[in-house]
Each structure stands twice: as structure tokens, then as C-alpha cells.
Design a protein around this ligand. Structure first.
Ligand SMILES: [Cu+2]
Length: 197
């Protein structure tokens, strides 16, 4: 195949894909995006400090102790094993999130305008997020009070799989955990189907 022939084919397919309704993959139903919520808490050492039931998980494949967690948080301002997977999503259509907590602690999946702290003051301080995101916490008499659960503030217990928030394809959305503020996910709208703004 000559170079000009290949180029012609590429241009043909590019033109076809750009025509609304012809690409064949446009589907008005929302896409389901699964988010894995992970942590690596060690039940013995976490529960000794945080109380029975704070961490419930199988440690066959390892665990990070409470002192280990605090050591990493102190040097890195985050703990890598506590995270959302994926951390970035491109939205080409509306999204329905499904949230699966594969860790041992409760996490939240909370839509925020701006990333900030959560409702646990020591974790905010240690992670460099001194100001709580208002969607996560209110400050009452100097104390952080968690915002109640809602469609955009979903609490996911250890081991649970629950439906998450919905995002429109023209939204740029940010989600974080209101307990561990470094756990974040960003949705970027692609505007593949034309500019709606
Ligand atoms: Cu969390």
C-alpha cells in the first residue's frame, strides 16, 4: 500500500468518525464505570487504635500496619495503597459509577468543587489539606462534622459494592474520599460529540 493510499484511508475514516450518527458507537445510555476502592489496612494494629471493626480485611496478600501507614503519610503526605482505581476517567457519555470497596476500611466517594480536606482533622493535617472541602465536612465550634451521606457523598463500607453518583458527559467532576483526602478521581469531559457550551 502506498503512503498516499494509507493517508487517504485514514482521512476517510477520520471524516466518517467525525460525522454524528455515522460512527455507530453513539449510545445515549450512560456508561457504567467501576471504581475499585483500595486500602491495605492491618486489622490488628488499626483496630487497636481506631476501635474494633475499623479495619476488616483478609491479609493473605499483605497489610500495612498503623505505624507503617503513619510513617508513609508523614513522609509522602499520602499512602499509595489507599486509592481509587482508576484515578482519571474520560467521559464521552454520561457515567454511572459503581463503587467497589476492596479494602478493609470505610471510604467515601464524594463529589467536590475543589479537592480539600475531609472530616478527620489529623489526616487533613498530615496530608497537607488543612481546609476541609465543604462537601465533606462542616466546621462546628472548631470541630469537623461529616456531611450526611447523599447521592454525591457515598459512604462505602469495607467489602461493599454500591451504586455511585452520576456524571453528565459535559461535566468536569472531582471526587475524593472525605476520610483520606489524597484518594481522588477526576472526570474529564471529552466533548467528542460537539461543544455543548
Ligand atoms: Cu478513604
Amino acid at each position: 500500500m502506498t503512503t498516499s493510499m494509507s493517508l487517504g484511508l485514514v482521512l476517510f475514516w477520520a471524516a466518517l468518525a467525525a460525522m454524528p450518527g455515522l460512527a455507530g458507537d453513539r449510545d445515549e445510555r450512560p456508561a457504567t464505570v467501576n471504581v475499585d476502592i483500595r486500602d491495605y489496612c492491618d486489622p490488628a494494629t488499626f483496630n487497636a487504635v481506631l476501635g474494633e471493626g475499623a479495619c476488616v480485611r483478609d491479609t493473605t496478600f499483605g497489610a500495612i500496619t498503623f505505624p507503617g501507614f503513619n510513617a508513609e503519610l508523614g513522609t509522602e503526605k499520602s499512602v499509595g495503597a489507599w486509592r481509587f482505581i482508576p484515578e482519571a476517567v474520560k467521559s464521552e457519555e454520561d457515567i454511572n459509577f459503581t463503587l467497589q470497596n476492596l479494602g478493609g476500611e470505610t471510604h467515601t466517594f464524594t463529589r467536590v468543587k475543589k479537592f480539600g480536606g475531609g472530616f478527620v482533622a489529623p489526616l487533613n493535617a498530615a496530608s497537607g489539606n488543612p481546609v476541609p472541602a465543604p462537601e465533606c465536612a462542616q466546621v462546628v465550634d472548631g470541630q469537623l462534622v461529616p456531611q450526611p451521606p447523599s447521592a454525591n457523598n457515598v459512604f462505602v463500607p469495607a467489602g461493599a459494592t454500591v451504586p455511585g453518583p452520576q456524571v453528565d458527559d459535559d461535566d468536569h467532576a472531582k471526587f475524593q474520599c472525605c476520610i483520606h483526602p489524597w484518594m481522588r478521581l477526576t472526570v474529564n469531559a471529552s466533548h467528542r460529540h460537539g461543544d455543548r457550551r
